[in-house]
Each structure stands twice: as C-alpha cells, then as structure tokens.
Design a protein around this ligand. Structure first.
Ligand SMILES: NC(=O)c1ccc[n+]([C@@H]2O[C@H](COP(=O)([O-])OP(=O)(O)OC[C@H]3O[C@@H](n4cnc5c(N)ncnc54)[C@H](OP(=O)(O)O)[C@@H]3O)[C@@H](O)[C@H]2O)c1
Length: 247
C-alpha cells in the first residue's frame, strides 16, 4: 500500500510507520518538525533497507490548516496513487491543566477537532478524486461519553468520531473507506506520568491491530479489543451513575 501518515514521530504513529514499512508499504510522512520528520524517515529507511527508496516528508501542523493541502499534494506527487491516509497526530492534556489554561484548551480543541476534521476534508477530497481510498483516523474511547476526567479532550474526540461516521455514510458508495480507531490507554509520550488504568497497552500491538483494520477497511476499531466491551457498558450507564463515579 502507498500510505500517507500524519504524526509518525512518536507514539502510536511511529509504531504504525514501523509496522507498515517492515512489510514493504511505501510511506510519506507529514509532521510539524522537518528535522524530526527527516530523522523518522531515515530510521524507517534503515529498518527496511535501501531497496524501497527514500521516504518523502512534508511539514504541517494541526493548528495550521492552510498547510494541509500543500502537504498532501506533496505526498500525492511523491507516491503517485495513495491507498490510505492515516491521521495519528493529536494532542492531550489533563482536564485540570485544560481548566487552568484557556489557551491550551483552545489549542487542544483546534488540534483534535477542527484541525483534524479539516485535514480529513483535504484528504477525502483527494482520495475521492482518484476514485477512492482509505482514511484512517485515531480518535479515542474518551469520546464515547461525557466524563469527568476528559470533559474537553473527550468532547473534541467525540466530535471527531461523529464527523468520521457521517463521512463514512456520505462517501462510502464513492469508494471512501473511513476507519475510526478508538484506542484506550496506550503507553506513549502522551500518557507519560499518568496513573495507568487497567488494560493499558503498548504502541506496538496497537499498531498491529490498526494495520489489520486498515487492510480490512474495518469502519470502527477498538484497540485493544477489550475496550469495545468496556465502552459498551459505559455507553449504557445511566447519567446519574456516571455523575457519581470518578471514571
Ligand atoms: N496514548 C493514548 O493512550 C491514546 C488513547 C486514545 C487516543 N489516542 C490518540 O492517538 C493519537 C496518537 O497518540 P499517541 O499516544 O501516539 O501520542 P504521542 O506519543 O504524544 O504522539 C503524538 C503525535 O502527534 C503529533 N502532534 C501533536 N501535536 C501536533 C500538532 N499540533 N501538529 C502536528 N502534529 C502534532 C506529535 O508530533 P511531535 O513529535 O512533533 O510532537 C506526535 O507525532 C492521538 O490522536 C491521541 O489522541 C491516544
């Protein structure tokens, strides 16, 4: 597959890039720091050997939507046809930090909702223009219900999840395959220092599950799968119960 990956410098995105590169997929990386991107590209090239050619990179920041189009155009120019666009970039902060810092809250809401949605709009336009393709986005289980520890982050991810569902309905018949990934707690730089809940996972097995969903075009995937059942219960908890518990 020819895959464009936004957010491969750390965490789940990096594990995903390694997994895809290892099996011979051609990659193009988008991120906000060109030096970091070049380092990531070199690391991947070394892992897969020189045979697959250099990995292209382009700069874009989730907070600068005007960069999305040119970055994706560069990806299309480098890869020719694009089979999948993956958005693994995202921002997290604790609810306390977000309540204390309105500018941080604004950045998070922009990165995880409007920036992410606008990036997907640019990607789906290009995928549809070539007759279809896959759009895979990392949302979160945090968007399933309004909950005390993730009021703002959860709202952004919940909005993103809803947008992706609508996109799937609207463009499925024209060949767009939307894959919404809902991770639970994954041990990455994003969660460093946070108390670890049950079912915490490492990025590598999560990345393998995302690759499988990408191959199959699974519309919604919980990683790891236990979260599907946890969230089934959480989605059905009465509001009065959810208000009382800290979860
Ligand atoms: N880890 C979890 O427990 C968990 C759970 C549920 C959902 N998720 C979601 O999964 C995705 C990946 O998370 P992760 O754990 O891999 O996080 P991570 O290790 O913190 O990596 C985040 C990635 O996003 C990029 N990024 C952050 N802000 C950006 C911006 N404004 N513009 C462009 N790129 C930006 C980072 O680039 P730099 O290297 O330049 O900073 C990095 O590549 C996120 O959408 C996150 O919300 C994670």
């Amino acid at each position: 597959m020819n895959v464009v990956l936004f957010g491969a410098t750390r965490g789940i995105g990096r594990a995903l890039a390694r997994e895809l590169a290892a099996r011979g997929d051609r990659l193009f990386l988008i991120g906000r720091d060109l030096e970091d991107l070049a380092r990531s590209a070199r690391d991947l090239e070394i892992r897969v050997g020189a045979g697959s050619g250099p990995i292209g990179v382009a700069r874009a920041d989730l907070l600068e939507p005007e960069r999305f189009g040119p970055a994706l155009d560069a990806a299309w120019a480098a890869l020719g046809r694009v089979d999948a666009v993956v958005l693994a970039a995202g921002l997290f902060a604790t609810q306390d930090a977000l309540e204390a810092d309105r500018a941080l809250a604004r950045r998070l809401l922009e990165a995880d909702f409007s920036g992410s949605v606008l990036f997907c709009e640019e990607a789906r336009e290009r995928l549809l223009a070539q007759g279809g393709g896959k759009l895979c986005v990392l949302s979160s289980v945090a968007g399933e219900r309004g909950r005390k520890p993730v009021v703002l982050y959860g709202a952004a991810k919940g909005g993103l999840t809803r947008y992706l569902e609508g996109l799937d309905h609207r463009f499925h018949a024209r060949g767009l395959r939307v894959i919404t990934v809902k991770p639970g707690f994954v041990r990455t730089s994003m969660t460093e220092g946070l108390p670890e809940p049950p079912f915490a996972a490492d990025p590598e097995p999560v990345a393998r599950l995302v690759v499988r969903a990408l191959d199959r075009g699974t519309p919604v995937v919980y990683v790891t799968p236990i979260w599907r059942w946890v969230m089934l219960v959480v989605r059905h908890l009465p509001r009065a119960v959810l208000r009382r518990v800290g979860f």
